[in-house]
Design a protein around this ligand. Structure first.
Ligand code: TYM
Length: 336
């Protein structure tokens, strides 16, 4: 099979709404990449089944997340946008890859340990094999680059290992071991506004820990006002933030919003306290999120158009996926 020079594939779970961690860690980088190369982005609704979701909610969550991606700048005319479940090849390839992946490899996945908590025996098998489906998501399209936040790095490395073992075991050259493509600075890992040591996450029970695309200007300002900080003035050197995780996180968010280094941002605020810095950060966030929120509201008003975009994305994705899956069946000896 011919090898694409560069193909970008990435996904997001359609649960909990888009937050600032998703935006800075992944989505805004997806938007930039679609200008340069072929991109496929999908709503990982099969992955969403690994945690409890209301069946009646799933479809509207998919539409809502698709609208949020388009509002953030994903252009369906440039990128292929679709729901994972609409392309059955993902689940089919995942099964073949489950026979390649080793139990020992999955046992090392930190996300399973975090998500299953103390009740490992009671976790679903889907939660355990989740990274194998994720490997299928990217290997199916022979992706070269997978733009993700730092928390997904281990999963993409597993996809590489699976690709290499599959081709080695079957003496084939089917898969391209993908590269995780992680943003620099703090964007790679945006932290909770209430605890600079844990990542901003949709699963945190407190809304005050994260900023959503749907938050009003006032809510954004309030969350930043109440964000945990310390009473020290800001240093002039980034090394002065090392033992101050909450301060480092807020400075990192500002740097990512302005597309500058933390050092450059500190150049503006060194010696000042959070009383000065927080209002400026809130203003920068409102300036970025406000227009995205208005676009999201418009897009929501036309669910039929969202369905049309997703259907046409799925048709294109199926076309790209079919030859890889057919070849994978052939390689393992199941000719169809
Ligand atoms: P998900 O839905 O949790 O997150 C979507 C993207 O947002 C990034 N992200 C963050 N980046 C920086 N700081 C944060 N606090 C933060 N929180 C989330 C994630 O790294 C991700 O890039 N398993 C994936 C979805 C998936 C996928 C794939 C991704 C399924 N198949 C194939 C890439 C390729 C997930 O749950 O992401």
């Amino acid at each position: 099979m011919s090898r694409p020079a560069m193909r970008v594939v990435s996904g997001i779970q359609p649960t909990g709404g888009l937050h600032l961690g998703n935006l800075l860690g992944a989505i805004l980088r997806w938007v930039r990449m679609q200008e340069k190369t072929e991109c496929l982005f999908f709503l990982a609704d099969l992955h969403a089944l690994t945690i409890d979701v209301e069946p009646g909610q799933l479809q509207s969550n998919v539409r809502e997340m698709a609208a949020a991606l388009i509002a953030s700048g994903i252009d369906p005319a440039k990128s292929t946008l679709f729901a994972q479940s609409a392309v059955s090849q993902h689940a089919e390839l995942a099964w073949l890859l489950q026979c390649t992946a080793r139990v020992g490899w999955l046992n090392r996945m930190t996300q399973f340990k975090d998500k299953s908590g103390k009740n490992k025996e009671g976790a679903s098998v889907g939660l355990y094999t989740y990274p194998v489906l994720q490997a299928a998501d990217v290997l199916l399209y022979r992706a070269t680059h997978v733009p993700v936040g730092e928390d997904q790095k281990q999963h993409i490395e597993l996809a590489r290992d699976i690709a290499l073992k599959f081709d080695n075991d079957y003496d084939s050259e089917l898969f391209i071991p993908p590269e995780p493509y992680i943003g620099g600075g703090t964007a790679a890992r945006v932290m909770s506004l209430r605890d600079g040591k844990s990542k901003m996450s949709k699963s945190d029970p407190s809304e005050m820990t994260r900023i959503h695309l749907t938050d009003s200007d006032d809510e954004i300002a309030q969350k930043i006002r109440k964000a945990k900080t310390d009473p020290e003035p800001l240093p002039d050197d980034p090394a002065g933030l090392d033992a101050r995780p909450e301060a480092k996180n807020l400075l990192g968010i500002m740097a990512a919003l302005q597309d500058r280094s933390i050092e450059a941002v500190l150049g503006d605020y060194a010696g000042q306290g959070f009383g000065q810095f927080k209002p400026a950060l809130a203003e920068a966030l409102v300036a970025m999120i406000g227009p995205l929120r208005s676009r999201l509201e418009q897009l929501r008003a036309d669910p039929a158009e969202l369905d049309r975009i997703l259907d046409s994305g799925a048709a294109r994705a199926r076309e790209l996926a079919a030859p890889t899956l057919a070849e994978a069946y052939k390689v393992v000896g199941l000719t169809r």
